[in-house]
Write a protein that binds this ligand. Structure first.
Ligand SMILES: CC(C)(COP(=O)(O)OP(=O)(O)OC[C@H]1O[C@@H](n2cnc3c(N)ncnc32)[C@H](O)[C@@H]1OP(=O)(O)O)[C@@H](O)C(=O)NCCC(=O)NCCS
Length: 154
């Protein structure tokens, strides 16, 4: 089940401006450690920062929190796996919010063209354990999945 979707369009030049002005301080405020490690290896650093910024906005929209409710810019992010696919990651604080809201796996896709960055995020709802049901006759609590077939309660 889908928990939420989010999208962001960003002019890469805006992020470049902020980076030019604040430099390392901006990078430290923006990136999670895993993202930071990837930045150090990438050649197109401005593009990387803009894409991470857009991804974060798309993720917080999908979470429904925006940059509020316990989620700031360094609490969510994306790190590419060995195939290059961006995967959603959280800080310990972001992880707490993720669990509290019942968010499961996350997916992000990114692209850029003509100076614009587009990020789309999809978050799945976490899988819930089967709902406990009370068997009044036996006075026991068992999970739906434990019931024998053909023994539906009336
Ligand atoms: C959600 C958020 C990230 C939107 O960011 P934005 O860049 O200001 O605006 P966008 O045009 O990308 O998106 C706005 C839309 O997001 C959606 N949105 C707003 N709050 C949302 C939320 N909590 N959950 C999901 N979607 C939300 C709405 O559809 C909104 O449209 P509206 O303004 O017509 O109601 C905003 O709440 C926020 O926290 N912004 C902080 C941005 C920031 O710190 N910028 C620093 C620049 S260096």
């Amino acid at each position: 089940m889908i928990f939420g979707i989010g999208v962001d369009v960003l002019e890469a030049a805006r992020v470049k401006k902020v980076h030019d002005r604040y430099g390392e301080h901006f990078v430290e405020r923006l990136l999670l450690p895993g993202e930071r490690a990837q930045l150090d290896k990438t050649k197109r650093k401005e593009r990387f920062l803009a894409m991470r910024f857009a991804a974060k906005e798309a993720i917080v929209k999908a979470m429904g929190t925006g940059f509020a409710h316990g989620v700031w810019i360094r609490d969510v992010g994306v790190v590419q796996n060995s195939w290059g696919r961006p995967e959603v990651v959280y800080s310990p604080r972001g992880e707490k919010v993720r669990r509290k809201l019942g968010i499961g796996s996350g997916f992000v896709t990114l692209t850029d063209e003509a100076g614009l960055i587009v990020a789309v995020a999809v978050l799945e709802a976490a899988e819930k354990p089967a709902r406990p049901v009370v068997d009044a006759r036996r006075k026991t609590v068992r999970r739906k999945s434990e019931r024998k077939p053909g023994t539906r309660r009336k």
